[in-house]
Design a protein around this ligand. Structure first.
Ligand code: SF4
Length: 258
């Protein structure tokens, strides 16, 4: 893959520098200054328990359009996470994007802002996307091939950023399934263990699943690390960049044969 000046600047921005021989990383540049991660390290904010009773998931999720799905998520009380959330975090990006990114669960900042991947991990993700010429931000005349839609596996924040529980993942899964059906992405990037486990039904660690193209209902799916994990494990950044390059090459190959 050949890099433009802009992409090289972006790679530098995310802490990855390429030698003139593309793809070869300078060892001393693999591990830039350690930024802090906001997920799992911030102080847990004790929110007052809301007077919300856990109930049933709305029926007919599999036939909902975007407005109905968004409303159903906002009103959902199907698992106990509804009692501690400030708001649900539905998704962001172009509804017809060729790229779909699936993350794990909202963190504190996402819970406040109502958007997935904000804060430091969001900045890292946006910079990585920019380096590939991709964006989550809708423009007046966007090219869907250059756009991403981002959603999480869970729509509500687990308290204290704890790991999602199986029951919570199971209750929330139909919303993500419907989002994928509506977006109809050409390629999916699954970021983080719980996104990968949900989409691939696999308990294998990410390290064993990355580096190859999987399928989610015939859609190519690439596995990679969550940006929040990358902020705490800088040595994995170069591998994550390799994963994004694999995704870009897969998407380019699909476009060429379309
Ligand atoms: Fe509903 Fe999902 Fe929130 Fe649980 S996490 S209350 S299933 S939207």
């Amino acid at each position: 893959m050949r890099w433009t000046e802009r992409q090289l600047a972006m790679l530098k921005e995310i802490g990855i520098r390429l030698w003139p021989n593309p793809g070869l990383l300078a060892e001393q540049d693999r591990f830039p200054l350690p930024p802090s991660s906001e997920r799992g390290e911030g102080e847990a904010v004790a929110l007052p328990e809301k007077a919300v009773a856990v109930g049933d998931r709305p029926v007919g999720v599999d036939a909902m359009d975007w407005p109905a799905l968004s409303e159903a998520v906002a009103a959902c009380t199907a698992c106990k996470l509804c009692t501690g959330r400030r708001q649900t975090v539905f998704g962001v990006g172009n509804l017809h994007a060729h790229w779909m990114i699936v993350g794990e669960a909202p963190g504190e900042q996402e819970d406040i802002e109502g958007e997935p991947f904000v804060g430091k991990s969001g900045q890292l993700l946006d910079n990585m996307l920019k380096a590939l010429g991709l964006s989550r931000h809708d423009t007046p005349s966007p090219d869907p091939a250059r756009q991403v839609y981002i959603a999480n596996t869970l729509k509500c924040r687990p308290p204290g950023n704890r790991n999602p529980e199986p029951e919570e993942l199971a209750q929330c899964e139909p919303f993500l399934v419907r989002q994928i059906e509506l977006v109809k992405p050409k390629i999916i990037l699954a970021m983080g263990r719980f996104a990968v486990q949900s989409l691939l039904r696999s308990n294998e660690p990410i390290g064993r699943l990355r580096g190859r193209v999987h399928r989610y209902q015939d859609v190519p799916l690439i596995v990679t690390y969550h940006p929040a994990y990358l902020l705490r494990n800088l040595e994995e950044k170069a591998r994550a960049w390799d994963d994004l390059c694999l995704a870009a090459e897969t998407a380019a190959g699909l476009a060429a044969t379309a």
